[in-house]
Write a protein that binds this ligand. Structure first.
Ligand SMILES: NC(=O)c1ccc[n+]([C@@H]2O[C@H](COP(=O)([O-])OP(=O)(O)OC[C@H]3O[C@@H](n4cnc5c(N)ncnc54)[C@H](OP(=O)(O)O)[C@@H]3O)[C@@H](O)[C@H]2O)c1
Length: 318
């Protein structure tokens, strides 16, 4: 196949330039990226680098949706033209700020006719950290029984869980079924009091989609003595000597070797739950001009001026 178009990152700058189109190997699919979703990690990689990006110039973009263009040997579950969603991996074959990506077939979900590709583009990467953090086996996750597994539905009913950053993409997936909302603009010092107004039960479990030092600390302080909290960035809460609380950092990549077994099982469940309407996707805003729109979107994410929605671009409108 001929050269494709990609958004390359080098030395902190992005340029649009051609790139070889990868070929799907055994068990992989080549996907035409019709939608690529933005993530705060994009500008973090640009400004500070990231350990998973090994080589520059690099193509990034952690999530997307599109159609299968070609299938590799042994792929029997998808055919050319199927609509799919996926989380990518930060090697140059896989990311979504380019026209085509190669993804292992077991980490690809099918898009049902009930949602658009724009809505589907952020599902994988948005749901991966809460799903892996809560339900993957230790040490990747807390090994809770997932609602899609036998006996899992309703198992934890009545037990409080706090999600910090319920309006974020990650938080909205952990947020389904929320019963109360605490305004994030209230002072962190009043957090304990706000929680106490809602429940007198011990808070054994929390998920911090938004992980600033002050939000982590407020959450840590409100946890029950043996409570567990999942953080999506480096743990920063100050622990009290001798206390038994667990702070668990989740690496929300389906592609990591330790996460892959859980992730391929989960992707099958996720495809089914998406088709059944159990997965509600966040609101979406399409930024015009294809891959040229990525930098503008990144600046908006960096300045925290995006509220309660996912930004996406259409790479083929570049
Ligand atoms: N560990 C991993 O594998 C992994 C994977 C992906 C992302 N992440 C990290 O997870 C974080 C969330 O990513 P995302 O894509 O979900 O972000 P996002 O959708 O861009 O988050 C924006 C939302 O965060 C809310 N917010 C901002 N500051 C807040 C605060 N102090 N308290 C509560 N809510 C606040 C905003 O609420 P308002 O609407 O009120 O303004 C806004 O709606 C990022 O830091 C990202 O780097 C980690």
């Amino acid at each position: 196949m001929s050269a494709q178009t990609a958004l390359w990152l080098d030395d902190g700058n992005f340029i649009i330039a051609p790139k070889d189109t990868p070929h799907p190997g055994s068990g992989e699919v080549l996907v035409k990226n019709l939608v690529a979703a933005l993530d705060p990690l994009d500008w973090v990689i640009r400004d500070y680098g990231f350990y998973m990006v090994k080589e520059y110039p690099a193509v990034i973009g952690e999530e997307g949706a599109g159609v299968v263009e070609e299938t590799g040997d042994g792929v029997t579950t998808l055919v050319k033209g199927d609509k799919v969603f996926y989380q990518s991996y930060l090697t140059n074959r896989c990311p979504t700020f380019q026209h085509f990506s190669v993804i292992p077939v077991e980490l690809v979900g099918k898009v049902p006719d009930t949602i658009s590709l724009d809505q589907a583009a952020s599902i994988s990467a948005g749901i991966a950290p809460p799903a892996l953090g809560l339900y993957a086996q230790q040490p990747q996750g807390l090994d809770l029984l997932a609602p899609w597994e036998e006996g899992g539905k309703g198992k934890y009913n009545g037990q409080p869980i706090i999600v910090v950053g319920g309006a974020s993409s990650l938080g909205q997936y952990g947020y389904l079924g929320a019963t109360h909302i605490i305004d994030r603009k209230l002072p962190a010092a009043s957090f304990q009091e706000q929680v106490a107004k809602i429940t007198s039960a011990p808070v054994e479990l929390a998920f911090a989609a938004i992980c600033y030092p002050d939000t982590q600390q407020a959450l840590y302080d409100v946890l029950a003595p043996e409570g567990k909290m999942i953080v999506t960035r480096r743990p920063e809460a100050v622990r009290k000597e001798g206390d038994q609380k667990m702070v668990h950092f989740v690496n929300g990549s389906f592609h990591l070797p330790g996460n892959k077994e859980f992730s391929s099982r989960f992707m099958r469940a996720l495809t089914r739950m998406t088709a059944d309407g159990e997965i509600k996707t966040p609101a979406v805003e399409v930024i015009p001009n294809g891959l040229n729109g990525v930098v503008l979107g990144m600046e908006r994410l960096k300045s925290e001026s995006v509220s309660g929605k996912t930004l996406v671009v259409h790479p083929w409108e570049t």
